[in-house]
Design a protein around this ligand. Structure first.
Ligand code: ATP
Ligand code: MG
Length: 189
């Protein structure tokens, strides 16, 4: 059983590469962004609170995210592996995840850090915004999200580098090329 984190800036391809891994390896997948969007659609209390942050390009508070992920991890019983997509996004979340996994006698096996130049990220997110209908895929919010990523999320790379689990992967080129680069890391685990 492998626990993998798909990491990277907004628009780096976390969701796309997660889909590739699900079909290649049969891993289970949890995306906090998808979970939050489902809560927003259902207009739950959590969804209404999350919307105020998401539409503003900010992170949803750690306590809400950690509670949400704790519940999901209790329910999911992954057989082959678990892909965490969009979580953790702060060092506090990374620490909470470590504790949660330790309770289940497991750990983070690898972090896949998808690296894409900023201009390409903006380009991809603006394109996605034309079809996704996502309220946060507009230029103003994209710029805020990138800023939040550098300030609050990018430091996690150092956190996992110090544990020896961080892997930088070039996130440009075709979906297949990127997926192949990720497989090279996974196949060595
Ligand atoms: P990608 O395009 O690579 O899928 P993304 O940043 O565009 O990444 P999501 O991961 O779907 O999109 O997240 C959308 C928003 O949901 C974030 O901007 C943030 O407000 C909120 N969010 C998602 N995960 C977390 C988290 N772990 N902690 C705090 N907020 C989160
Ligand atoms: Mg996503």
């Amino acid at each position: 059983m492998l626990n993998l984190i798909i990491f990277g800036a907004p628009g780096s391809g976390k969701g796309t590469q997660s889909e590739e891994l699900i079909s290649k390896y049969g891993f289970d997948h949890v995306s906090t962004g998808d979970l939050l969007r489902a809560e927003m659609k259902a207009e739950s209390e959590l969804g209404k609170t999350a919307k105020q942050y998401i539409d503003n390009g900010q992170l949803v508070p750690d306590s809400l995210i950690i509670d949400m992920i704790e519940k999901v991890l209790e329910e999911k019983k992954p057989q082959k592996g678990l892909i965490l997509d969009g979580f953790p996004r702060t060092v506090a979340q990374a620490e909470a995840l470590g504790e949660l996994l330790a309770k289940h006698d497991t750990r983070v096996h690898a972090v896949i850090d998808l690296q894409v130049p900023e201009e390409e990220l903006i380009d991809r997110l603006l394109k996605r915004g034309l079809e996704s209908g996502r309220s946060d895929d507009n230029l103003e919010t994209i710029q805020k999200r990138l800023h939040v990523y550098h300030a609050q999320t990018a430091p996690i790379a150092e956190y996992y580098a110090s544990k020896g689990t961080h892997n930088a992967i070039l996130g440009t080129g075709s979906i297949e090329d990127i997926s192949h680069r990720i497989s090279e890391v996974i196949d060595k685990l």
